[in-house]
Design a protein around this ligand. Structure first.
Ligand code: HAM
Length: 469
């Protein structure tokens, strides 16, 4: 039985056939198989991309530790109800973008579209309320939204997220903004944070009424989609890019005028803290965010750029969500958090610092070249000895030609090559070549690793008297 409370999309994929599923013998014999492609909106992060990802991962971890966050990993799959309750039934993320399916057991499950709801579920489920508060947790991993693929929008994308649970102080909001600012700055991206306050649920409800009244009076100018928004989630009209709405927005009531005193005071404190640290921000009365759980402060980082597209694509965002724990069945627990969109950050890094065209293979100190089957066997075993000794070692065991092997040794930057042929195997030796000097010596195979260790120590100017065989 489908769960009536949670939306379950009909499967959009065709049933498994020779195209999508198992290819039958008769189908494959009739038609040459088409090369399969990556799923639309998803992509491969290729070896050339990895240096950028390593950099973002390193800074994510470094700042987590500097600001006192502990790592958490929640499953990629959750109960659909978690996102319906947490993110909000009327949001685009839940209404249109959730990857949901029903299991054979009748459960409605979804791929996570974001991390906050899962982290809070885990906080409640594991009684983290009993730990010293606030609890600071961070995570990194793939999120899934069945969004319309376009520049900077993927259906599988990566976030690094930071959540502070169990503290209502505005300094928490400010420090999250500072963390995100430093994250981006550390990767060479200068940003300005756009910031707004949505107030308490009460002040937000009052503001919503005022906004609905205003847009109702302009109904004739609204598209069908925006009319639906007006009914379901009127705040979302404020971040519509539709030119008619953009024009109407200028006259629309602004949320700051509807904030209760406490939210106003909270917001002022956040801004004061940002001023103190010198983090650049811009007040944005139209910033409402696409998730329903926010209360009080909301913010998004944008790259400082004249490029229209770049300056409209948030590199990350977050805010306070004091009501989410209760929505998920926990005790009232104030909390705030943010997450950074790593895909967009990496494309920004690539633009500033394009990947080099020559493919550089991992560099090694020593290369094992072999001649004949006996030599190959001995070299295979010696490779393990070097690897266990922690010495970067290269090989081309599938190649027989010695010239081809030496070319690879050069490409991999090997300082020494060890050559083993049948004669060396029978003598229990190896030829040790200095690749720069072109000189060569015969060394006992049992001492090969030790010899290289000694040479490496000499090269690095280390006292070798303690190097033992
Ligand atoms: P969000 O604004 O939905 O917030 O996502 C955060 C960031 O993820 C965005 O600013 C953007 O950089 C990136 N992002 C979102 N959707 C896509 C997409 N389809 N393709 C590529 N990048 C994307 C959240 O997810 C909240 N959980 C943030 C938060 C944490 N609030 C409180 N704690």
């Amino acid at each position: 039985m489908p769960n009536k409370k949670t939306p379950v999309k009909k499967p959009t994929a065709k049933p498994a056939s020779s195209e999508g599923g198992v290819t039958t013998a008769s189908a494959s014999s009739k038609k040459a198989a088409q090369p399969l492609q990556v799923v639309r909106g998803m992509r491969d992060l290729l070896p050339g991309d990895q240096p950028y990802w390593r950099q973002t991962n390193a800074i994510a971890e470094k700042l987590a530790s500097a600001y006192g966050y502990e790592r958490i990993d929640t499953p990629i799959v959750e109960d659909t109800a978690l996102f319906v309750r947490g993110v909000g039934r009327a949001t685009d993320i839940v209404e249109k973008e959730l990857y949901s399916w029903e299991t054979l057991g009748g459960e409605s499950l979804s791929l996570r579209p974001e991390g906050t709801a899962s982290v809070l579920r885990s906080y409640i489920q594991h009684g983290m309320l009993n730990m010293p508060q606030p609890v600071r947790l961070w995570y990194k991993g793939p999120m899934f939204r069945h969004d319309r693929p376009q520049s900077g929008r993927f259906r599988q994308f990566y976030q690094a997220g930071y959540e502070v649970i169990g503290d209502a102080d505005p300094v928490i909001d400010a420090q999250l903004i500072i963390l995100g600012y430093n994250f981006l700055k550390g990767l060479g991206i200068e940003t300005t944070v756009r910031i707004n306050s949505l107030g308490t649920p009460e002040s937000r409800a009052n503001y919503k009424n005022a906004l609905v009244a205003y847009f109702r009076s302009k109904k004739a100018k609204l598209s069908e989609e925006d009319k639906k928004r007006l009914l379901k989630n009127p705040l979302r009209l404020l971040d519509s890019k539709d030119p008619a709405i953009v024009e109407l927005k200028a006259e629309a009531p602004q949320i700051v005028d509807w904030l209760d005193e406490e939210s106003k005071a909270h917001f002022m404190r956040v801004l004061e803290f940002l001023d103190e640290v010198g983090v650049p921000y811009q007040l944005d009365p139209y910033l409402v965010r696409g998730l329903d759980y926010y209360t009080k402060t909301v913010f998004e980082w944008y790259a400082n750029s004249d490029d229209q597209e770049l300056s409209q694509s948030a590199l990350g965002g977050g805010g306070r969500y004091d009501g989410l724990a209760e929505l998920l069945g926990g005790r009232p627990t104030p909390a705030a958090g943010m997450s950074l969109g790593l895909d967009r950050i990496v494309s920004r890094m690539k633009e500033k610092n394009p990947p080099s065209q020559d493919h550089r293979m991992p560099q090694v100190d020593v290369f094992l070249a072999q001649l004949g089957e006996m030599g190959r066997k001995r070299a295979l075993a010696l490779f393990e000895e070097f690897r266990e000794a922690g010495i970067p070692v290269g090989e081309a065991f599938s190649k027989a030609n010695i010239k081809a092997q030496m070319e690879i040794a050069n490409k991999r930057g090997a300082k020494w090559a060890i050559v083993i042929g049948q004669k060396e195997v029978l003598d229990g030796t190896v030829q040790l070549r200095d690749m720069d000097a072109g000189s060569q010596e015969i060394v006992d195979v049992k001492k090969a690793v030790h010899e290289i260790k000694k040479k490496l120590a000499n090269r690095n100017g280390v006292d070798t008297s303690s190097v033992t065989v």
